[in-house]
Design a binder for this molecule. Sequence first.
Ligand SMILES: Cc1cc2nc3c(=O)[nH]c(=O)nc-3n(C[C@H](O)[C@H](O)[C@H](O)COP(=O)(O)OP(=O)(O)OC[C@H]3O[C@@H](n4cnc5c(N)ncnc54)[C@H](O)[C@@H]3O)c2cc1C
Length: 381
Amino acid sequence: MFTKRLIYNSEHEMFRESFRKFLHKEVLPFQEEWEAKGIIPREIYQKCGEQGFLVPQAPTEFGGLGIEDFSYEAIMLEELSYFNEYGLMLGLHNTITAPYILTYGNEEQKKRIVPRIVSGDAILAIAMTEPGAGSDLAGMKTTAEDRGDHWVLNGQKTFISNGIVSDIILVAAKTNPANPHQMGIFIVERDDMGLQRGQPLKKIGLLSQDTAELYFENVKVKKANVLGDPTKGFKYLMQQLATERLSLAVGAVAGCRAAIDQTIKYTKERNVFGKPVSAFQNTQFKLAELATETDIAQVYVDRMIEDKNQGRLTTEQASAAKYWTTDLLCKVIDDCLQLHGGYGYMKEYPISKMFLNARIGRIYAGTNEIMKTIIARSMQL
Ligand SMILES: Cc1cc2nc3c(=O)[nH]c(=O)nc-3n(C[C@H](O)[C@H](O)[C@H](O)COP(=O)(O)OP(=O)(O)OC[C@H]3O[C@@H](n4cnc5c(N)ncnc54)[C@H](O)[C@@H]3O)c2cc1C
């Protein structure tokens, strides 16, 4: 980095160090094994829980650390992305899904659920997307019908991260067939009757992340498992998606740094025409450009982490950060892969795996085209 990062102090860096040590001991040695299996062992969540890496923002009364500073979550996102670890999706558990429970859950729900998601006994997933409704969330068909003392869910979700390994799934479902924007968020638990999980979907990247289809056939959801107001789910999704998008931007910039670091190392070691690849002007200019753009992105995202901490992160900012940094990541990795020559196309070299893992960033959490529609809307176009 050319510009000194100002958002982290020595305590943050100590935390980074301990999280990095944990990754090196408990996660990175098993990456290939987990990728071959297409899923991570659930015990890794408990190990994370023991170290305080799960939902650190949860209040102490519910077993959390009560750390309101988003920087700690950001550090974990950066480290996971830097080391190209996407099976252990702590961002999904900590930063994307847990906030729904912490923000909209009632006291009883928090008392019942939060200690389990802090300890890693319960792993989270969130299910919005359906086969016919991804970008157009209001087009979802899953319904929840009020039956007096409980709700009944029917429908299907797809592309659900942690779809197989999760114990608690927050499911978005329509609560009024006459109003496409009226939906609720329902807490569905592992053993709920009528919940069926499909086989893990076969993907080009994120190989250790289980992504699955979920089927809901007359799933009985007790009233105690409705999150907040069952008419306001759409609003809750819109409110929480900004943090989800920021989390992707945080990871994307760390991924850019990883790709550049690996390429510097590789091009110094590889000799062509009697000199290292790093000695060619093209290599130097390319890496100088990529490092500059990454530096610019980092300053921009760091400002947004501050904004998040100050409670002033806007939907437009988060959408802009998500689209621009995930596009940048794909560009940086593609150029870095090119500098590896044929070896960059080999699975043996991490850049090839980064190439495949990074691509999803432009699609999930709302496609980059949808990000631009959000930005444009804010410009009153
Ligand atoms: C690996 C993976 C993990 C995922 N994890 C989850 C998860 O945990 N939970 C969850 O709920 N979802 C998850 N998703 C779903 C993801 O968020 C959706 O795939 C994404 O929002 C896009 O929806 P879609 O696939 O239906 O694409 P579509 O909506 O069919 O889009 C197709 C194309 O049309 C474009 N398009 C759509 N609307 C417009 C428009 N208005 N203007 C211009 N272009 C437009 C899109 O940008 C895209 O290029 C995951 C997906 C993947 C692949």
